[in-house]
Structure formats: structure tokens, C-alpha cells
Design a protein around this ligand. Sequence first.
Ligand SMILES: [Zn+2]
Length: 224
Amino acid sequence: MPSSTVENYLKAIWSLQAQGGDELVPVGQVAEKLSVAPGTATTMMNQLLKMELVDYIPRAGVSLNEAGRRAALRVIRRHRLIETFLVEIMKLDWAEVHDDAEVLEHAISDRLLERMDEMLEHPTHDPHGAPIPTSQGEIPSDGNAILSECRPGDYTLKRVRENEPSFLQWLSGLGLKPGSELTLVERNREADTLSLMIPNHSEPLQISLPAAQSLMVKARAVSS
Ligand SMILES: [Zn+2]
């Protein structure tokens, strides 16, 4: 079984590849994501190469091979199922489960994980709206759009791609979570903010573009 350090590197490479369209990821980006020195990340790349989990071309970048991808998705499945368990069964706040899941994802046995999956009746998405990979290593693509890139219109919030508890608590305080409906009224170009109408608020809410970049939405057909 790969060590927790190896698993964290695989997860980091996987998510950088997912953002960048599956190209080679510069090792500097991996180092930055994991807050380690570039030299430390380079040493690990050679180790991952020896473990036959990545394709690594010095100075060009790194990508997961099929074995690496499967190993990364196994950790992501654990992380997302644990978060779902902590919220649905243990009744913790969805804003505060990420850090515990970061630790537990490396620790629990497959037997416990599959029992959690059963108790949760095989959920497809975690409390942040992220898809949970199946035990066969399949992950559905969700077809969501990034709110900051959307035109004005009616949307359903599908996923929040941010783990910072204070940001998630701010969303919770507004009553926003995956499944909430919202309307993008306009983009204020000077201030680089978006105006949103959200349920139970009579005034438009202004949110910054960086905040809107972590909100994934799907267009909603409005019945007339
Ligand atoms: Zn998380």
C-alpha cells in the first residue's frame, strides 16, 4: 500500500491534471500545491517513477500513468466517502470535515470504507458536490460550469471547489450549499464582482471573481 505522502502526491498530480486538461504538469506546480520545496517534489517524482505510477520527464513535467490514476482515484474515493460519512452519519458541519478526511483517508481499512459506503447507500457525490469515484475507479464527469465564466441567468449550485472552512461557513451562513438555486444578475466589470440573487435575500449579493471561480453550477430551466 502506498504511503500517505505518496498518496498525497498522486492526488495533487491528479487534480492539477484535471484542471489543466490532462497535459504534463510542471513539478513546480505540484510542489506549490503541496507546499513543499521544488527539490523535495523532484526527489518524489523519481520515487514515483520507480514505483511505476507516473510518466516523468525532467524539466517538462509529470503525469499519472494508468496505475497512478487508479491509485489516486482510490484515495479520492476514500476522502469523499469519509467526508460524506462525517456529514450524513456523524452530523458534522460540511464546512469542517475536509481536514479530518485528509487524515482519515490514509488510515481506514478497505473493510471500513466499504461499510461506510453501504451505510450511506452508495452516494454519488460528497457534501461539497464532488463526484465520488466508484470502487472500479470510474469517476463521472459532471458537466458543470464555473460560475465566474457564466452568462447572466438561472443556475443550480452543484459543487463548491474550495476547502477553506471560513469560506464554506460564509456560504452556509447565506444558506448556499450544493443544490441551492441562484440567479446570476450581472458581472460588474469595474469591481470584478458578480451580482447574485439567492433565496431568502431581497438584495443582490456581491461576490468576488475568485470566490465565483470555486462555485460550479448548472443552468436551470425556469418554468414560466
Ligand atoms: Zn475534502
